[in-house]
Design a protein around this ligand. Structure first.
Ligand code: NAX
Length: 327
C-alpha cells in the first residue's frame, strides 16, 4: 500500500472547504489508490471550530477507504506538521466599506504567519497552493517567509479562470468542452487577468478563426471571464464554492500528473514581460509529480502584450501595498 499523503487545508469549515474535502478524501485529487491524511485548520474560536467538527463528522460518515486520519486544529504548526500539500483556502473576506489596501494588509498578516509555519514544520517536499484572495499577492507573501522551501513550491490558483474561459469558448462555438485547448490565464486572479484566446484552439484550429468575431472576443468574452466571480455572487448570493473547489482539485491533480499543461500562478522570473518578483498566471507543464516548467514559447501580439501589461501593473501595485510585509 502507498504511504499516505498529508494534505493540510486552511479555512476548512468554509464554503470552499465543504465542497473540497470530500473530493480529496475520495481520491479525486491525488489518485484513487492514494491514501490521504487531512490536517484541517480553522481560526481558533468556538464557532468555526465547532463547524469544523461537524464537517469532520460528515467525512467520517462517508467511510472513505482512502481517508486514513484527520487532524482538526486551530494551530497552524499542528495543521502544517509534515504536510506534503498545504492548501491555503482560508482568508478574511472583504467587509463593507473596506478598502482594497486594507484587505491586502489584513490577509497579508495571515500569509506571513502561515508561510513561516509551513517553512518551519511542513515536509521537505511540501508544496503550497493558495486560493484565499488576493491569492497572487498572498502566495508571494507566504513564499517570502520561506527560508527552507524554494519559491517554485508556492503556487496560486488561476485554474477556475481557465475552466471558465474554456467553458465560455465552447459555449460560443457550440462545441463540447473537450474541443477547446490551449487556453491559458495570464496575470492576476482579478478582472484584469488575460484569458489568452489568441493562442486557444477549438477542434485543433485557432479559436479566433473558428469564432470569427474579434469584437466579441475582446469586448464580451474577456470581461465575462474576468468578472465571472462577481456574476456568480450576483446570481447565487454566495461566492463560487463548488467550482472553486473543483478548480483546486484540477490544479493539484495536474501538478502531480506528468505531461499536464495548465494555468498556474507562479513566480514570474520575468517571463512574458511580467515583473520578475510577482506571482502571475501562465502556462506550465508538469514534468514529474510536483515539478513543472513554465511554457515560454507563446509569442504575444501587441494586443496580448497590452493586456499583460495591465494585469502586471496591478500585481506590481499590490506588491507595493504590502512591501513592508515581504521578508
Ligand atoms: P468562507 O468565508 O466561506 O470560508 C473561509 C474560511 O476560512 C472561514 O471558515 C474562516 O473561518 C477561515 N479562516 C479565515 N482566516 C483563517 C485563518 N487565518 N486560518 C484558518 N482559517 C481561516 O470563504 P470561501 O467561500 O470558502 O472562500 C475562501 C477564499 O477563497 C476567499 O478568500 C475567496 O476570495 C477565495 N476564492 C478564490 C478563488 C480563486 O480562484 N483563487 C475563487 C473562489 C474564491 O472566491
Amino acid at each position: 500500500a502507498k504511504k499516505p499523503i498529508r494534505v493540510a487545508v486552511t479555512g476548512a469549515a468554509g464554503n470552499i472547504g465543504y465542497a473540497l474535502l470530500f473530493r480529496i478524501a475520495s481520491g479525486q485529487m491525488l489518485g484513487a489508490d492514494q491514501p490521504v491524511i487531512l490536517q484541517l485548520l480553522e481560526i481558533p474560536v468556538e464557532g468555526p471550530q465547532k463547524a469544523l467538527k461537524g464537517v469532520a463528522m460528515e467525512l467520517e460518515d462517508c467511510a472513505f477507504p482512502l481517508l486514513q486520519d484527520m487532524v482538526l486544529t486551530g494551530d497552524a504548526d499542528v495543521a502544517f506538521k509534515d504536510a506534503n500539500w498545504c492548501l491555503l483556502v482560508g482568508s478574511k473576506p472583504r467587509g463593507p466599506g473596506m478598502e482594497r489596501a486594507d484587505l491586502l494588509k489584513d490577509n497579508g498578516k495571515i500569509f506571513i504567519a502561515q508561510g513561516q509555519s509551513i517553512d518551519k514544520v511542513a515536509a521537505d517536499d511540501a508544496r503550497v497552493a493558495v486560493v484565499g484572495n488576493p491569492c497572487n499577492t498572498n502566495v508571494m507573501i507566504a513564499a517570502s517567509q520561506a527560508k527552507r522551501l524554494p519559491a517554485d513550491r508556492f503556487t496560486a490558483m488561476v485554474r477556475l479562470d481557465e475552466n471558465r474561459g474554456r467553458a465560455q469558448l465552447a459555449q460560443k462555438a457550440g462545441v463540447s468542452i473537450n474541443e477547446v485547448s490551449d487556453l491559458f490565464i495570464y496575470g492576476n486572479h482579478s478582472p484584469t487577468m488575460f484569458a489568452d484566446y489568441t493562442h486557444a484552439k477549438i477542434g485543433g484550429k485557432a479559436a479566433a478563426d473558428v469564432i470569427n468575431d474579434r469584437a466579441w472576443l475582446e469586448n464580451d468574452y474577456l470581461p465575462t471571464v474576468g468578472k465571472r466571480g462577481a456574476a456568480i455572487i450576483e446570481a447565487r448570493g454566495l461566492s463560487s464554492a463548488a467550482s472553486a473547489a473543483n478548480a483546486l482539485i484540477d490544479h493539484v491533480h495536474d501538478l502531480v500528473t506528468p505531461g499536464a499543461i495548465h494555468s498556474v500562478a507562479v513566480k514570474s522570473e520575468g517571463r512574458y514581460g511580467f515583473d520578475p518578483n510577482v506571482w502571475a498566471g501562465m502556462p506550465v507543464k508538469t514534468t514529474a509529480p510536483g515539478a513543472y516548467e513554465v511554457i515560454t514559447s507563446y509569442e504575444m501580439d501587441d494586443f496580448a502584450k497590452s493586456k499583460i501589461k495591465i494585469t502586471n501593473d496591478e500585481l506590481v501595485s499590490e506588491r507595493d501595498t504590502v512591501k513592508d510585509m515581504l521578508s
